[in-house]
Design a protein around this ligand. Structure first.
Ligand code: SF4
Ligand code: SF4
Length: 374
């Protein structure tokens, strides 16, 4: 029996015909695949936290494959910021530069990164995987379809109805229900059968009851312009708080366990990537920036002790990454009628001793409620 898996197709921002053709070809091909549900959303990064797009994505249970015009890291941590958590699923379809960035090829860099505590280590490990594929790595729909099939095979677990075989909807670790339980589930003797969707969302438009059925396609329309905000890669972030001290626009904040977060994303100044240059772990991503290293390309690992200025797109005039960042910040300050501060307002490290505290599921739930801004 095939295993249902959710595939999200995040559309490009422009009407570029080549991009649209690839997206539509993918959707058409995915519809022929057994055990797949497809959700088509506008560009992932532009979705509003409380919009229909994110709501639909939050309703997806189990493992997810995300096809978007973003680097893998950018897509993963954009979802994470919106409460859609998952372990990073390893994909095999990537461009050559990414393959070359394998940390195993640089044992020195690897040993540097291992010693630091990352924010992700203090979080409850999600019980599902999210596989992010960058649509720019191939112009052939077949390449992506093959990778989706491979992932579907890799996650060869059965969907366990809520209440059968496991107290929590954990598709990776739940014990399989007995044949008798499955038969009772498929042929209920009353009308109170629980939905297949592990989140218990009865109105999830993409849940299906027959795992061998061809794909159901759910298209989400959402109006809204392009957005610009930083996305934190928590697998790199050490909670040093340099970004919160550097940004003078109130974009960053801390949650209830004193972990850094992007609190007011829309306060960020369009086009400004300054804080990504001062983050010592290269953990801040601006997914739409033209410079790959800032947009989430894996070519720069965390904690590399090299001059990143050029890699981060700084002009070749001898300025350090910090100097460039200060200039970019001044430009934005002056654009809103404030005074330039230059290097005077360097990070004060006022919170640099903040240690990430253990986060439990209740903390995560409270954060998600905060995000809903009820
Ligand atoms: S600067 Fe901000 S994002 Fe970067 S490691 Fe420090 S706290 Fe994390
Ligand atoms: S890019 Fe500029 S405005 Fe945006 S969060 Fe960073 S420092 Fe603040």
């Amino acid at each position: 029996m095939a295993n249902r898996i959710s595939v999200v197709v995040s559309q490009g921002q422009s009407e570029n015909p080549a991009k649209r053709n690839l997206e539509e070809s993918l959707i058409t091909n995915l519809m022929m695949e057994p055990g797949i549900d497809v959700t088509v959303v506008p560009h992932l990064y532009d979705l509003k936290p409380d919009g229909t797009g994110m709501l639909a994505l939050k309703g997806l249970s189990g493992n997810i494959v995300v096809l978007s015009w973003l680097f893998e890291r950018a897509a993963h941590w954009t979802l994470d910021r919106n409460g859609i958590h998952g372990q990073v699923g390893q994909v095999e379809l990537k461009n050559e530069a990414e393959d070359q960035s394998d940390p195993e090829e640089d044992p020195e860099a690897d040993s540097k990164t291992e010693t630091k505590e990352r924010l992700v280590d203090s979080r409850v490990k999600p019980n599902r995987h999210i596989y992010c594929l960058d649509l720019r790595v191939s112009n052939k729909a077949d390449d992506f379809i093959s990778e989706v099939r491979r992932i579907q095979k890799e996650r060869s677990v059965k969907i366990v109805p809520l209440g059968i075989g496991s107290a929590a909807p954990n598709q990776d670790t739940a014990s399989s229900p007995t044949d008798e339980q499955l038969q009772r589930y498929e042929n209920p003797t009353n009308d109170t059968a629980l939905p297949l969707n592990g989140n218990g969302l009865q109105d999830n438009p993409i849940s299906a009851t027959n795992q061998d059925q061809p794909a159901m396609v759910y298209r989400v329309e959402e109006q809204g312009g392009r957005r610009w905000y930083p996305v934190i890669d928590y697998s790199r972030c050490t909670n040093c708080m340099e970004c919160i001290d550097f940004c003078l626009f109130g974009v960053y904040g801390v949650d209830k366990v004193d972990s850094i977060l992007v609190e007011q994303p829309d306060n960020c100044r369009k086009g400004c990537p300054a804080c990504s240059r001062v983050c010592p772990e290269n953990a801040i991503i601006f997914p739409q920036h033209k410079t790959p290293a800032i947009a989430g390309s894996p070519e720069v690992g965390a904690s590399l002790k090299i001059d990143l200025s050029k890699l981060f797109g700084a002009p070749d005039d001898g300025k350090s990454a910090e100097e460039i960042a200060a200039l970019e910040r001044d430009e934005q300050l002056m654009a809103v009628g404030r005074e330039a501060v230059g290097m005077k307002a360097e990070p004060t490290k006022r919170r640099s001793n903040a240690k990430p505290q253990e986060r439990d599921e209740l903390d995560s739930l409270v954060d998600e409620l905060d995000d809903l801004d009820l």
